[in-house]
Design a protein. Structure first.
Lengths: 96, 252
């Protein structure tokens, strides 16, 4: 690791099984899309974790400011009627 | 030569190639240009170690002398190794590693794809696993060869000089012996003469995209099949076998 290499950062999402959500696994550095997929594969799926990988340039992620947390999320906390807790769940329905 | 002896030699050759490549790739551990490539190269080294273990273990079984994969790896001398010379050359730089692995992994893609239908069930099973690995090794390294060849003036110069050195060692991949002919007639081995054309076409396509020039010189080194190696294998084995020879029953 003697030379400083200035490759852009990519966010990695992996899918554990077909149909499942893609879950954020971490980030890697790569010069282009193909290298990004290969580096993501070598860094995050070495123990058979995945069926598919997404890589997204980190700069394409638009993130909210943690300082805006109260403004964004607190208003929903005191409105219990927004939560679907009044329904009776059928037995055995696990994925809801 | 009996069929068993021929099969033993064949497994040893494939196993030694995997072992020696694994050693060279693992030398990049903690030395690669970026962390991600460090993982990629050591991943490949681990693929090769796994393959070497299966093949050398099977060689011991075929020979019936009760030798384990460890015995085969650590207790044979340089002249008993049957790997291709191209695999043992030391890595001059990152470009050398990538060009070498691209040349060899492209060959292995075709070799193991053919061996999947070997009449020897064990070889066929090992090949089914190896061909998937080889495809990824080829994809990864050919991308790098294109990037380096069609990159900066320096990366092109390094990739071209690696290719100029390595080219005269590629002929060894296609060398055959009488034992190969015997196995071929039994449907156990792969016909490398058929692989050669496909290999050459693939390599030329990659080199064109990489803006690298195929060396015009046709001279080819030989010797790996007879156990006649370059000066580098002995040094590699000295280091690789040191622990096992010093503490023969060491386990972990």
């Amino acid at each position: 690791m003697t030379n400083e290499v200035d490759f852009p950062s990519w966010e990695v999402f992996t899918q554990v099984k077909p149909g499942a959500n893609y879950v954020h696994a971490g980030a890697i550095h790569a010069a282009d899309k193909k290298m990004a997929l290969q580096n993501a594969r070598d860094t995050y799926t070495r123990r058979g974790e995945g069926t598919s990988i997404w890589v997204v340039p980190s700069e394409s992620i638009v993130a909210s400011n943690p300082g805006d947390k109260e403004m964004l999320f607190d208003p929903s906390n005191d409105k219990i009627y927004r939560l679907p807790t009044f329904y009776t769940m059928p037995e055995g329905a696990k994925a809801i | 030569m009996t069929k068993e002896q021929a099969l033993y030699n064949y497994c040893v050759r494939l196993g030694d190639n995997a072992l020696v490549q694994s050693y060279r790739l693992s030398e990049w551990c903690s030395n690669a240009p970026i962390l991600e490539e460090d993982l990629a190269l050591t991943n490949m080294a681990l693929d090769m170690t796994g393959r070497a273990q299966l093949l050398l273990q099977y060689a011991g079984k075929v020979a019936g002398h009760g030798k384990t994969a460890d015995d085969m790896a650590y207790r044979r001398a340089e002249r008993e190794y049957r790997n291709d010379l191209i695999s043992e050359l030391p890595d001059a730089d990152f470009a050398f590693t990538m060009v070498r692995q691209m040349l060899v992994s492209t060959f292995e893609c075709f070799l193991y794809a053919a061996l999947v239908s070997s009449s020897d069930k064990e070889i066929a099973a090992i090949a089914a696993k190896a061909v998937k690995e080889a495809r990824y090794h080829m994809a990864h390294t050919s991308e790098w060869v294109i990037r380096l060849g069609d990159g900066t003036e320096e990366s092109n110069r390094r990739a071209q000089s690696a290719l100029n050195i390595l080219w005269s060692y590629t002929g060894g991949l296609f060398e055959t012996t009488d034992a190969d002919a015997l196995l071929l007639s039994e449907g156990m081995a792969a016909d490398v003469s058929q692989i050669k054309t496909k290999w050459q076409e693939n390599i030329e396509a990659i080199l064109r995209e990489a803006k690298l020039i195929l060396p015009a010189d046709d001279y080819q080194q030989t010797g790996g099949r007879q156990g006649l190696h370059t000066e580098y294998l002995g040094h590699m084995l000295t280091e690789m076998q040191y622990l096992h020879r010093t503490y023969p029953e060491a386990i972990w």
